[in-house]
Design a binder for this molecule. Structure first.
Ligand SMILES: [Zn+2]
Length: 677
């Protein structure tokens, strides 16, 4: 009998039994087992074959992934002091293990030997991909470098990690350094009641009267959007866009952090034999080269600009005619846009959400997926971490299990914000048995109150579809090996294809009629209201598109053709890009780069374009359903087989082309955004 539920990996996770005191013993045990196994695997007596080397390695890491995944999951959805303590105490051990793994040259040598062996050609495509991905990651981690260069590479990695952390710390400290307490309520005219209440509470906590405004999103956003007081908006705007810059405290200025990061990233790229950091960033991605990404962004900019200019002209005209704002400034944009939106499309989120009770939405989403992918989704029972969690079984039409879904829909104090999909168990076929995948879908929807069901806004419905898209990618996998099953091994710039794809169905009349029922009358969504929602869908899509392009372009240029030793500053690069693709006039003091965390705190460096890139793929994939019918089973089966089922076992472009019958084009994205040539 296994006493520690985190080590019981035979069936579903033991959420009913896992306690904080189980974490350290389980993780210590698994790390020790893995280290012992690795010592054995790298010995010369072990053949560098799939069965003797690669698979035992995969299985060992999977045990750790599953146990640690359960801990991380509970930390995110059922946070309490004891679990947080256990998580934080064990995180460094787990991180250290993975660093060791990446730097273990004996393991790298074994993978190289497997790659060079006769056996390699006989492996399945999925297994070859797993071996190649491992080799690539070792190489990009500096494994091939000579001793001297390797030392420098490690120094750079360490300094970059520290700088990326420093960047977000500076930004947070600078955000917290500003507040303004308003004492006259008339200065806050227009700001919604709930925002005012929170601001009043915040002032009270400081022992003051009035309303405390800050630069954090729940305060800053609504003030910029709703406050009638123009000078108040201007003050907050200035504070917001100069955070962590030379206009604030010198020790919080991110300018030198940006400069240093750009130099180090280029040096790292050159050690690896590339000319620029953007080239390194492209290696594991779908896009071929920085040039291809730049050409894509420039093309999209050229097509979107006329619409962006039209959006801006309409907004300027409206602001001067209706709001008495003769010249639109950056701090007027959100405010004037909200007023124009309300004027033009007279409906509210509140009105729409009455038609989307949670159970009806789920039912409609499941029916759609059942039709498209030939599966059945039925309620199931399992141990969970909270009574609100719902469990579903996905089966084939004959009832054979495909996978399970845990849905945790409602917001709680103990749950992290946002919405996400997580892998709990990944599909794997081992000798004689098949492990069915399990996905977690976590959302933050309002919980039911007073016997009334949870009602979802249309945005929340799209969030649910989006995350279920990731979930289906994971659950409908037909790959038998762990490393490239589901979302694993899928290129970063293609990972949002299945999720954004699902969002499209939320704009289909035929889909919505089957998933709406008014909370009181049970009537489906009226066509007239749907038409208003559709009309509002592309409100200012031109302006929003060029803004995203501006961010993606500056990220790409700074990591590709910008010279840190040259005369130009990053800010000048940004200004040049703005002069070509922006429609909103930015004040001279704007220091956007100093708070561009996506890129300077890590993950999205030379990768910000991925959002738009994946949107092209998802829109174009969806357009085949528009051609063949949104409920077309044959198109659905093809999407399941060519995109969802194959996961990361082949390049995303091959999967896309196999499904669509041709390479991706940008037309569907433009059409969905209301930009038809
Ligand atoms: Zn997503």
């Amino acid at each position: 009998m296994i006493e520690n539920p985190l080590l019981d990996l035979a069936g579903l996770p033991r959420y009913g039994l896992i306690r904080p005191e189980h974490v350290a013993p389980a993780i210590d045990e698994l790390l020790a087992q893995n280290r012992t196994l690795i010592a054995k695997l790298i010995s010369p007596s072990v053949q560098p074959s799939w069965d003797e080397f690669a698979e035992p390695m995969e299985n060992a890491n999977e045990r750790l992934t599953r146990a640690w995944g359960a801990v991380a999951h509970l930390h995110a959805v059922d946070d309490n002091a004891a679990m947080r303590g256990a998580y934080n105490a064990n995180l460094p051990k787990v991180t250290r293990y993975y660093t060791e793994l990446a730097q273990n040259l004996d393991l790298y040598g074994k993978f190289k030997a497997l790659r060079a062996s006769e056996e390699f050609a006989r492996l399945s495509g999925a297994r070859r991909k797993i071996v190649d991905n491992s080799l690539r990651d070792y190489r990009l981690g500096g494994a091939e470098l000579a001793a001297e260069k390797k030392r420098r590479f490690a120094e750079i990695q360490e300094e970059l990690a520290a700088l990326e952390a420093k960047f977000s710390e500076n930004l947070l400290d600078a955000t917290n350094a500003f507040s303004e307490t308003v004492v006259d309520r008339t200065d806050l005219l227009g700001v919604p009641e709930d925002v005012l209440r929170a601001a009043e509470d915040a002032a009270h906590r400081d022992g003051r009267k009035g309303w405390k405004l800050t630069l954090h999103a729940p305060s800053y956003g609504p003030v910029m959007q709703y406050a009638e007081n123009r000078t108040l908006r201007e003050r907050l705007y200035r504070a917001h866009v100069t955070r962590a810059s030379e206009f604030g405290k010198p020790d919080l200025d991110n300018s030198s952090v940006i400069d240093r990061e750009l130099r180090l990233r280029r040096e790292k790229a050159r050690l690896l034999g590339y000319r620029t950091f953007a080239q390194v960033s492209m290696v594991p991605k779908m896009a071929d080269s920085p040039e291809a990404v730049l050409a894509f962004l420039e093309d999209l900019a050229r097509r979107a600009l006329p619409y962006a200019r039209r959006d801006y002209a309409e907004l300027s005209e409206f602001a001067s005619r209706e709001l008495g704002v003769p010249k639109l400034e950056a701090w007027d944009i959100a405010f004037a846009s909200e007023k124009l939106r309300a004027r033009r499309y007279s409906f509210s989120d509140q009105e729409v959400k009455q038609y989307f009770p949670e159970h009806k939405v789920l039912q409609g989403m499941f029916r759609l997926v059942e039709t498209l992918y030939g599966v059945r989704i039925v309620p199931d029972a399992a141990e969970t971490w909270h009574p609100d969690v719902k469990v579903f079984r996905i089966t084939d039409p004959r009832g054979a299990l495909i996978g399970r879904l845990f849905l945790d829909p409602y917001s709680r104090e103990t749950k992290r914000g946002g919405a996400w999909m997580d892998e709990a168990i990944t599909r794997q076929r081992t000798k004689g048995s098949l492990l069915a995948p399990v996905a977690h879908l976590v959302c933050n929807f309002p919980a039911p109150v007073g016997g009334r069901p949870s009602l979802l806004t249309h945005d929340e419905v799209m969030t649910l579809f989006h995350e279920f898209g990731h979930g289906l990618h994971h659950l409908l996998s037909q790959v038998d090996d762990l490393g490239v099953s589901g979302i694993r091994g899928v290129e970063w710039d293609a990972i949002e294809l299945p999720s954004q794809f699902m969002e499209n169905f939320c704009w289909e009349w035929d889909v919505l009629t089957g998933m709406t029922a008014h909370a009181e009358s049970a009537a489906p969504l009226p066509r007239a209201l749907f038409d208003k929602m559709l009309a509002a869908k592309n409100f200012q899509s031109g302006m929003q598109t060029v803004r995203q392009i501006e961010f993606a372009l500056v990220d790409m240029h700074l990591h590709h053709d910008y010279d840190p030793e040259g005369a130009k500053t990053p800010l000048e690069v940004l200004k040049e890009i703005r002069s070509r693709v922006a429609v909103v006039v930015t004040p001279e003091y704007n220091r956007f780069l100093n708070n561009f965390s996506h890129v300077f705190s890590g993950a999205y460096a030379a990768g910000y374009y991925s959002y738009k890139w994946a949107e092209v793929l998802s829109a174009d994939a969806y357009s085949l359903f528009e051609e063949n019918g949104v409920f077309d089973e044959r198109t659905g089966a093809r999407f399941r087989d060519e995109v969802l089922a194959v996961g990361g076992s082949r390049p995303a472009i091959e999967s896309f082309t196999a499904f669509r019958g041709r390479g991706p084009t940008i037309d569907a994205l433009l059409r969905h955004n209301g930009m038809i040539a």
